[in-house]
Write a protein that binds this ligand. Structure first.
Ligand code: SF4
Length: 333
């Protein structure tokens, strides 16, 4: 008998009241059935805000001339991560705008240092890089590649100047998986001009890809972007998408993204954990650089270790003792 996966309907993505509570409770139960009370905790360092892309939904787009650009140094990040990282993190995500110079000159040596000096599992989120640097990162010890497809509608993808074409992005995701990377992707919830069918399209595309995880990021109108006056995604809509993703793929690693704090001030992040998310990220980007890593706006709410551990504890969850990289090494994808 062919077992068909659960797939959301438009009503699930628009649920409110009792139906919404039920959807979220089912998603949380699904996460507990698959992962127990464990939540993976990783750190993130944002290495460079140079970006050769021009996505309308991002403050780091190349046409944003108001942004002070920075590239971190290997030595500063190595010192931080080898000697001063929070005790709770088992993994690190190294992230940057699409900046091949930073990938080669900062990230690659940093991955080598971390592999030699620490037990951290290593993921990278660096955009669409060439085969030689991608392979070098893998050989150096990074094992997970985070690359979001952002939205599954090819026309809107082009209109929003998302990286390359959607077809190329999807091909790159498949190519990374074929090369042995564990690949996590993601999409933006509530982008302007997206109807219910477009929202379901994100799920259809995610389901078709060789992924080990996927994120849902609420649309937040970014400072100094063409979408700065557009309405933000609501927290209910975002949490519904997260719950639907969890029910569609009980086995995936689904992060609680920091933008939940913007979509739902005060409680949004915790509600993400109560809706099936099983990965938290502590921001370790040094002060002075962090302000210019402008995905949305400068006054973003920073998730430090204290806030992450409080959110996990408040939801009756606990920090995973298993590295995310070790979990993924045995996961299908
Ligand atoms: S979303 Fe990523 S690729 Fe697009 S402009 Fe921002 S940093 Fe660059």
């Amino acid at each position: 008998m062919v077992h068909r996966r659960w797939f959301p309907a438009a009503e699930d993505l628009e649920a409110s009241g009792e139906a919404q509570e039920l959807l979220h409770a089912r998603a949380a139960a699904s996460a507990r059935a698959g992962f127990g009370r464990s939540v993976f905790v990783r750190g993130v360092v944002e290495v460079s805000n140079f970006c050769r892309e021009n996505c309308h939904y991002c403050g780091m787009r190349r046409d944003n001339r108001t942004l002070g650009r920075y590239r971190a140094t290997h030595d500063a990040l190595a010192e931080l991560l080898v000697h001063h990282r929070p005790a709770s993190i088992t993994d690190i995500n190294i992230q940057a705008g699409e900046d091949p110079v930073a990938a080669r000159e900062v990230v690659l040596p940093l991955v080598r240092t971390l592999r030699r000096e620490t037990p951290l599992g290593i993921s990278v989120c660096l955009g669409t890089l060439s085969a030689d640097i991608t392979d070098a990162l893998s050989e150096a010890g990074a094992s997970t590649y985070i690359i979001k497809f952002e939205l599954a509608d090819p026309e809107r993808y082009r209109a929003l100047q998302a990286p390359g074409t959607l077809e190329e992005r999807v091909a790159h995701i498949r190519w990374l998986a074929e090369r042995g990377w564990k690949v996590s992707s993601g999409f933006i919830c509530g982008l302007p001009g997206m109807d219910a069918d477009a929202a379901l399209g994100n799920f259809r595309l995610a389901e078709s890809l060789p992924l080990i995880g996927c994120s849902v990021s609420p649309f937040v109108p970014g400072e100094s972007t063409p979408l700065t006056a557009a309405p933000a995604a609501g927290i209910g809509q975002t949490l519904n998408a997260m719950a639907a993703l969890r029910l569609m793929r009980p086995d995936w690693v689904i992060p609680a993204v920091s933008a939940l704090n913007i979509a739902g001030p005060g409680t949004g992040y915790r509600r993400g954990l109560a809706t099936g998310a099983n990965l938290c990220t502590i921001n370790l980007t040094p002060d002075g650089e962090r302000e210019n890593y402008l995905l949305y706006r400068r006054d973003r709410f920073i998730m430090n270790e204290e806030r992450i551990l409080a959110a996990i504890s408040d939801e009756g969850l606990e920090v995973s003792k298993v590295r995310l990289a070790d979990h993924l090494a045995t996961a299908a994808g």
